[in-house]
Write a new protein. Structure first.
Length: 227
């Protein structure tokens, strides 16, 4: 305060004006930290929902701090006879200010943790996001099927690969026939078919799957048959 170029004892508010940047400095620094913590790059879409609340809370904290400091009755200390009875308000406010900012950060850290881990405040994706996710999944599946078709065509057109494929399946069929001829395997298959597997249900599910996968057959129009 001794370095203030415009402060005067005649205007006590001039000391407050000179102290305002120092008072708002911690609040502004904390606001920057909260803005980074609630940004989409750091906290994702779940953290973005708290950005407006952090801004409002940080602004209210700064306003309350300035109000308390600006309206403190400093003249009460002039009538205190002993040093121990002085009210060290401005020194205490520095401690309370830091505790307030730490509590604010802790509260929003808990909220960010709960929302980012979907333990609370979970918001379902919008219809546009669900459609976009389904479209990406279909495009990925289509790309994989196209790649599989290219590999299959290549293996069929190439004589060496075709022979190796045929040899593999012949060897696989031979192994399966030998395995199915063993007594333990036959007993296990019979036990599963009789006691643990419902063939009718599996057949019904397979028919339904094929019906949904393949388009229904359309009968030719009478004009086409006559023509």
């Amino acid at each position: 305060m001794t370095d203030c170029p415009f402060c005067s004892s005649d205007d006590t508010k001039s000391y407050l004006y000179y102290a305002v940047p120092a008072l708002l400095g911690p609040h502004l620094a904390n606001l920057v930290v909260l803005a980074l913590a609630t940004s989409e790059a750091v906290a994702g879409r779940e953290g973005m929902q708290w950005r407006s609340y952090t801004t409002i809370a940080a602004g209210l904290g700064a306003v309350v701090d300035l109000y308390l400091v600006g309206n403190y009755n400093y003249q009460a200390n002039a009538r205190i006879p002993r040093l121990q009875e002085l009210d060290m308000f401005f020194w205490s406010m520095r401690v309370y200010r830091n505790f307030l900012l730490a509590g604010l950060d802790l509260a929003f850290a808990v909220l960010l943790f709960l929302s980012s881990t979907n333990r609370a405040f979970a918001t379902p994706p919008s219809p546009a996001e669900r459609v976009e996710a389904a479209t990406r999944s279909l495009m990925s599946t289509r790309s994989k099927l196209s790649a599989f078709g290219v590999i299959k065509n290549t293996s069929i057109r190439d004589e060496e690969l075709r022979n190796r494929t045929m040899a593999y399946w012949q060897h696989e069929g031979h192994l399966m026939r030998e395995m199915m001829e063993e007594r333990e395997v036959l007993e296990g298959v019979n036990d599963a078919l009789e006691n643990r597997i419902n063939i009718q249900t599996i057949t019904k599910d397979a028919d339904m799957y094929v019906t949904n996968l393949l388009p229904p057959e359309q009968e030719p129009a009478p004009e086409t048959i006559i023509g």
